[in-house]
Design a protein. Structure first.
Length: 133
């Protein structure tokens, strides 16, 4: 079993690609059409199982669990305990850290968008003032 410091480093580093994949699939333009299809299916499918299945692709928190399962399966990452319980702990810890990263990313993007909009409004005001003069 690697040292606790190594395990913690893996935790914070492995959560980065998990967050990246989960955010990209559930928010970015490149996956807009499949996401819109999944949104429609999550609201209009006849069975609850089908609705929940399609919902998974629209929620970054939900989807991050599945990305985490894949990441743990590929890397064999375990946290604290060197058996199945280590996989279990690692999975939930990775989801938590990945969702912290995604929340921080959303906060920064929102802030940057607001600043951009404020700058555009200020620019328009200046243009209107120069046109009046």
């Amino acid at each position: 079993m690697p040292s606790l410091l190594t395990q913690i480093a893996w935790l914070f580093l492995l959560a980065i690609p998990i967050a990246c994949v989960a955010w990209t699939v559930t928010h970015e333009e490149i996956f807009r059409e499949p996401r819109e299809y999944c949104i429609d299916r999550s609201q209009n499918c006849k069975t609850i199982w089908a609705r929940k299945f399609f919902y998974l692709f629209t929620c970054e928190y939900c989807f991050s669990h599945y990305v985490t399962i894949a990441a743990v399966a590929v890397t064999g990452y375990r946290l604290l305990i060197d058996d199945w319980r280590g996989y279990f702990i690692a999975g939930f810890a990775l989801v938590w850290i990945a969702n912290l990263y995604m929340s921080l990313h959303a906060l920064i993007r929102t802030s940057l968008k607001a600043e951009g909009l404020e700058a555009k409004l200020e620019e328009k005001k200046l243009e209107q003032e120069t046109l009046k003069d």
